[in-house]
Design a protein around this ligand. Structure first.
Ligand code: FE
Ligand code: FE
Ligand code: ZN
Ligand code: FE
Length: 200
């Protein structure tokens, strides 16, 4: 890890305030100080993690969509698959905006969440039960994404990466909306239907 003390000092000389003051006052590290900060390193790691995770999700989603019965659920998942493609594009824009090459880093959490979705598809009876199970799996995924994008947006704000912060904000709103739509389907139709069906 690089010494941040000397970086802080040179930043103070260049910009007249320190890196420990409120994040919004900072420029995007043109002098290289924020670029080499510990937060910047963590930001990059998390960015690569979610980039990998979104790709894994885009690959796994079609099978999940095929497995469900509720047409409403098919529609919501299909719509979110389209959004996921745009989110991947937005992440590539973030890499570009900070002058870093696009790359992914295996996300152990997403791998585990997708394994859970696989197990649900194997174990649940097709119909309302499987639909309810896929909603659980998808909502766990959305929550993971909400946590990831919320943190990345906040990191970007502190680092003065305004373009990245706005891009994360758009995606964060999409993830929250997807989660809310899944809640509605579960509450209004899928869960009550599954509660009326006996295990045979
Ligand atoms: Fe996403
Ligand atoms: Fe991860
Ligand atoms: Zn994710
Ligand atoms: Fe999502």
């Amino acid at each position: 890890m690089k010494s941040t003390n000397s970086n802080n000092r040179s930043r103070e000389e260049n910009n007249g305030h320190t890196v420990t003051s409120a994040g919004s006052e900072h420029e995007a590290g043109n002098d290289g100080t924020l670029q080499s900060s510990q937060l910047m390193q963590l930001f990059l790691t998390e960015l690569k993690d979610i980039y990998w995770a979104e790709h894994a999700l885009a690959t796994a989603f079609p099978k999940m969509i095929e497995s469900v019965t509720s047409q409403e659920l098919v529609a919501v998942l299909t719509y979110h698959l389209t959004e996921t493609a745009a989110q991947i594009g937005r992440l590539e824009e973030v890499f570009k905006s900070i002058g870093k090459p696009v790359s992914g880093l295996k996300c152990a959490a997403m791998e585990g969440l997708l394994k859970e979705a696989e197990t649900i598809m194997e174990d649940c009876k097709k119909g309302a039960m499987l639909d309810a199970g896929i909603i659980v799996a998808a909502q766990k995924i959305e929550h993971y994404e909400i946590a990831s994008y919320g943190s990345l947006r906040q990191f970007a704000v502190t680092l003065g990466l305004d373009e990245a912060a706005s891009l994360f904000e758009i995606t964060l709103d999409e993830e929250k909306a997807a989660n809310d739509r899944l809640t509605s389907i579960a509450v209004e139709s899928v869960n009550p239907e599954a509660s009326e069906k006996e295990i045979i």
